[in-house]
Design a protein around this ligand. Structure first.
Ligand SMILES: [Zn+2]
Length: 219
């Protein structure tokens, strides 16, 4: 029974990422009747071709009609999503809270990764999390992070407004200690990228998201 539960949690993680990838790609022009298509030949995909991870494996990473390779990043993020939720379950985290945070941050991260910005309307998804954590909200840390990052941005520039807003909301939900760790870890990951890939421009939200997931599991 336990294995079944873990499998469900893993599948939930992969499905959330798979679903949000589509939403982030198409927002704000989402049609409820939309069918998934191959990006290249526009062929409508069959039901078994849209199952996370599985569809990638059976198609050997290629569209079966045009032969175009499917971006490996989809597979990797789906697996990461499954592993993250499973790890949160195995370490006895509050699964509802973690799943909600996971969902919102994943959507913001994919959106930032693809387009380089986040939609303000996506922040509305934080509202249910704020409601369920109403006893444990950290208003002063949130204000502190917001003021501090805006000040740093005013002097040195370079931090995106979206990054500041997301970090402030995380401070409201998770407290100062956790948020500082998230910033530190995200910066460290960027630094690693800068040294090895020689890039000095970052989409920061994916780093914030990844760091938050890791720190949530190990807190
Ligand atoms: Zn195709």
């Amino acid at each position: 029974m336990n294995y079944v539960f873990h499998l469900i949690i893993f599948t939930l993680g992969t499905s959330i990422v798979s679903f949000l990838t589509v939403i982030a790609h198409e927002y704000p022009h989402i049609k409820p009747t939309r069918r998934s298509k191959c990006d290249v030949c526009q062929r409508t995909l069959m039901w078994f071709e849209i199952i996370p991870i599985w569809s990638y494996l059976i198609s050997k990473g290629k569209c079966k009609v045009c032969g175009e390779a499917i971006n490996k990043l989809y597979l990797l993020t789906e697996i990461a999503g499954g592993i993250f939720l499973l790890a949160a379950s195995l370490t006895h985290q509050d699964l509802i809270f973690v799943t909600l945070i996971f969902t919102v941050l994943t959507l913001l991260a994919i959106s930032d990764y693809i387009y380089g910005y986040v939609y303000l309307s996506h922040y509305l998804l934080f509202v249910p999390i704020i409601i369920i954590s109403n006893q444990h909200l950290y208003f002063i840390p949130a204000l502190l992070i917001y003021t501090l990052l805006n000040l740093i941005n005013y002097i040195y520039k370079g931090i995106g407004l979206g990054d500041i807003e997301i970090l402030s909301i995380l401070a409201l939900l998770l407290g100062l200690d956790m948020t500082l760790k998230i910033i530190l870890m995200a910066c460290f990951l960027c630094l690693h990228y800068f040294i090895f890939k020689k890039r000095n421009e970052f989409r920061f939200v994916p780093y914030i998201t990844f760091s938050t997931f890791i720190l949530l599991i190990f807190r």
